[in-house]
Ligand binder design. Structure first.
Ligand code: ATP
Ligand code: MG
Length: 446
């Protein structure tokens, strides 16, 4: 009740602070039908009950750039309890930041209450990192606590107005990524903002404004104070942005890669591993553009592969058998990575599977190829092997053979198998294939 009252007062007098620029219908390209129905209904219901409600953040920015947003978030002055009371299918989530998930059909809208009050209430650690920012605030404060001007834009779907508190619309037109407030202070409050600067500039093709980029190199070590799980989530966002290659380039340009992927720099200095990593990144970006499924596991496996391969070769040269050598090499690479940013269990198991299947592509005789084909990780491991061949690390002829083998019908597959002694396709099997009864036997064996 008090919040509502305060907000009514605030609504009439927000010019007490610096008022936002309200860009009306004619001044921007967002129409209300660009907003998902669920987000429109959420904002409309909140407004009908006297609250402020806007689509906010990345969605507004993306729509102004003509990009389809991933999802729609809503910001309001209603508290989580007030939001929850208005929507039958909603639930309050989170402990530190309480948000409401409002469900409509298959869509979930994240509704957050305006937050603010940094300066007076927030606790920080000795580096200036914010430890608490769960204080409700006004819309103006909520805009100010956001990171970049282009992320502090609010869209009212009913009035079709963009509320711009920090000049984000002008910055977007100039394709400029600019921090709200003092960049050094804002990076100290939350060092992840440095990674977000690299990712958003790469993903959206924005230039990082000079004062926003200048402090990054020096402040990059502050990333070490950020909880690993959060850094890892941000790394995955980078890799899955559809612009992974650009993002890594931006990370490198800003000196941010060392603390996330400590061995990447060395890998990119070697032509074969550079080709391999760039091909893996391009391949994933392409799949994302085509809306095909992608997994961070594959890219993480690729980014660490040059270290694995190098250590594998070294162990083999020292007289180890291939598989134990590979196992040892995998641990060397993962340990090296773990010194900066350990890869969580849920990913490293899949990475190890992809790596461990690599030597098996060289075995093309007997039942082994069939068994590999039936492995649930075959497709990922094969794509990985092919990228290695494209980079010149292994034989393209072998990759082509596997392409033929998996596409062949079960009968033709047998004729492709290689005999142990000669290394060529088996004449015995080829002969066998001709007999109709033996075809059946071949399939049964497959
Ligand atoms: P994406 O397209 O990747 O979702 P986004 O900008 O929407 O980009 P989110 O992580 O979804 O990123 O965050 C939503 C909004 O929350 C941002 O637009 C920004 O306003 C704010 N925000 C997110 N992270 C931070 C941060 N570290 N510091 C300040 N504001 C942030
Ligand atoms: Mg978002």
């Amino acid at each position: 009740m008090i919040t509502r009252l305060l907000n009514k007062v605030f609504r009439r007098s927000h010019s007490a602070g610096r008022p936002p620029t309200v860009v009306g219908k004619g001044g921007h390209n967002i129409r209300h039908e660009h907003i998902s129905q669920a987000a429109r209904r959420t904002t409309a219901t909140l407004q009908e009950h006297g609250y402020l409600a806007f689509v906010v953040g990345g969605a507004v920015r993306d729509l102004l750039l003509g990009v389809q947003p991933k999802d729609f978030d809503v910001a309001t002055n209603a508290t989580p309890e007030q939001v929850h009371a208005l929507f039958r299918r909603s639930r309050i989530i989170g402990r530190r930041f309480r948000l409401v998930h409002v469900m409509f059909g298959g869509e979930t809208i994240e509704v957050s209450t305006f937050r603010g009050g940094h300066d007076e209430h927030a606790g920080t650690d000795e580096h200036g990192r914010i430890l608490r920012d769960n204080v409700w605030g006004t819309q103006e404060e909520d805009a100010r606590r956001r990171d970049f001007t282009v992320n502090a834009l609010f869209f009212d779907p009913q009035r079709e107005e963009v509320w711009d508190w920090h000049g984000g619309v002008t910055d977007l037109k100039a394709r400029r990524l600019r921090m709200i407030g003092d960049p050094i202070k804002r990076y100290r409050e939350d060092p992840v903002r440095m990674l977000r600067a690299a990712r958003l500039s790469a993903k959206l093709g924005l230039n990082i404004d000079r004062p926003t980029s200048a402090p990054i190199r020096e402040l990059a070590p502050l990333l070490r104070n950020v909880p690993e799980a959060r850094l890892f989530d941000e790394l995955v966002k980078l890799l899955m942005s559809g612009q992974a290659a650009q993002c890594l380039r931006a990370l490198h340009a800003e000196g941010l890669d060392r603390d996330l992927l400590p061995q990447l720099d060395a890998a990119l200095r070697e032509p074969v591993s550079e080709r391999f990593i760039l091909a893996a990144l391009a391949n994933t970006d392409q799949r994302i553009t085509e809306d095909k499924p992608v997994s961070p596991t594959f890219l993480l496996a690729a980014l660490l592969w040059p270290q694995v391969f190098k250590a594998w070769q070294a162990a083999e040269a020292a007289g180890e058998r291939p598989v134990p050598a590979l196992l040892e090499a995998m641990n060397v690479a993962l340990d090296g990575q773990a010194k900066k940013l350990p890869i969580p269990r849920r990913f490293d198991a899949g990475m190890k599977e992809i790596w461990l299947l690599q030597p098996r592509f060289l075995q093309r005789n007997g039942q082994r190829p069939m068994r590999l084909l039936e492995n649930p990780r075959f497709r990922a491991a094969y794509d990985f092997f092919r990228l290695r061949a494209e980079a010149g690390e292994t034989e393209m002829e072998v990759a082509d053979w596997w392409e033929d083998f998996q596409n062949a019908n079960p009968v033709d597959r047998e004729s492709l198998l290689v005999t142990e002694s000669t290394g060529s396709a088996s004449p015995r099997r080829r002969r066998r294939r001709r007999g109709p009864r033996r075809d059946g036997a071949g399939e049964g064996a497959a």
